[in-house]
Design a protein around this ligand. Structure first.
Ligand code: CP
Length: 321
């Protein structure tokens, strides 16, 4: 594994999941692998889970983790090639990234999309420029269109839950759109779809209101319906997430609370486990009764972020020596 920015960087999802579960069972078993190595965690945007779980994972492997809040504490970066830097950006990524490459052995970056220009966001310029100029492995902590560490965590959590339930058949997994008060990126939904499709071990259904289709690059392989009630029938896992519109980019077309998951709706499922990447807007995206009820596995899911990050860091360290 040279970099980790999408599912395409993974040869064998199941093997990576098993490594993550091995780390969960024995967090410090490989505590010297990262000795004398340093990871730089660059945040252009806020984070709680990604920031903390990546640091803990690095420490479990004996690595030093340094967090740099570029967005609020660093120089404003320019990413466009041949930019005339007479505006607000102070330093070009072409100059900054090689410096990070001197300080760190792995560079981890979180960026978000602007949600203003789809072509720009979907070009993934920021993460690509870091890969181009840093000269060291790059780990995505969420990019403009994808959140691979979250999605690996989600497959780990589903695998773990299936083992506990002794569920020995293909699970039905439903990605269910939920309302929100502000336009959110499509990253988590894109990435979850990409990983579930690549994993290939589930009946996968995406349900959302009209005009909320995800990019075909990511939703191919799933059944898509605007009928949430129909989608939820016999589901084993319901992954709840809001995203803004893709076609007429970054808009809110729908805010009807009827899309929020409730215990009543869960009755149609196979006693489904409910997932969400967090943070969640209570009683907007997900009801208290679900989040505080027995079907919610959101805290376990967030806890598993450590083991996903540890499995990926282990592979990056092993491959890139
Ligand atoms: N799920 C997730 O990425 O959480 P944070 O934004 O808190 O890192």
């Amino acid at each position: 594994m040279k970099n980790f920015v999408s599912v395409h960087d993974v040869n064998n999802i199941d093997a990576l999941v098993q490594r993550a579960l091995a780390h969960k069972a024995s967090p410090l078993a490989n505590k010297t692998l990262g000795a004398n190595k340093r990871i730089g965690c660059l945040f252009l945007n806020p984070s709680m889970r990604t920031r903390l779980s990546t640091q803990i994972a690095a420490q479990n492997l004996g690595m030093e983790a340094i967090v740099f809040n570029v967005g609020s504490e660093g120089w404003a970066l320019e990413f466009e090639e041949e930019a005339i830097m007479s505006g607000t950006s102070v330093e070009h990524v072409k100059d900054a990234a090689p410096v990070f490459g001197k300080y760190f052995d792995i560079l981890a970056i979180r960026t978000f999309p602007s949600l203003k220009n789809r072509e720009d966001d979907y070009s993934e310029l920021y993460i690509k420029q870091f890969i181009k100029y840093a000269g060291i492995p790059v780990l995505s902590l969420e990019s403009a269109t994808l959140h691979p560490l979250q999605s690996l965590t989600d497959i780990i959590t589903i695998t773990e839950s299936m083992q506990e339930q002794a569920l020995n058949r293909k699970p039905k997994i439903v990605l269910s759109w939920a309302p929100h008060v502000k336009p959110l990126p499509q990253c988590v939904a894109n990435s979850f779809s990409q990983w579930v499709n690549a994993w290939g071990q589930a009946d996968f259904v995406i349900t959302h209101p009209e005009d909320y289709e995800l990019s075909e690059e990511f939703n191919q392989g799933a059944s898509i319906t605007h009928n949430q009630e129909e989608a939820l029938k016999d589901a084993d896992f319901v992954y709840v997430k809001n995203w803004s519109t893709y076609t007429d980019y970054g808009k809110i077309y729908e805010s009807d609370p009827k899309w929020m998951l409730t215990n009543k709706k869960l009755e149609a499922t196979n006693n489904a486990k409910v997932m969400h990447c967090l943070p969640v807007r209570r009683n907007v995206e997900l009801s208290d009764e679900i989040l505080d009820g027995p079907n919610s596995i959101v805290t376990r899911e967030a806890g598993n972020r450590v083991w996903a990050a540890q499995a990926v860091l282990e592979q990056l360290l092993t491959t890139n020596g």
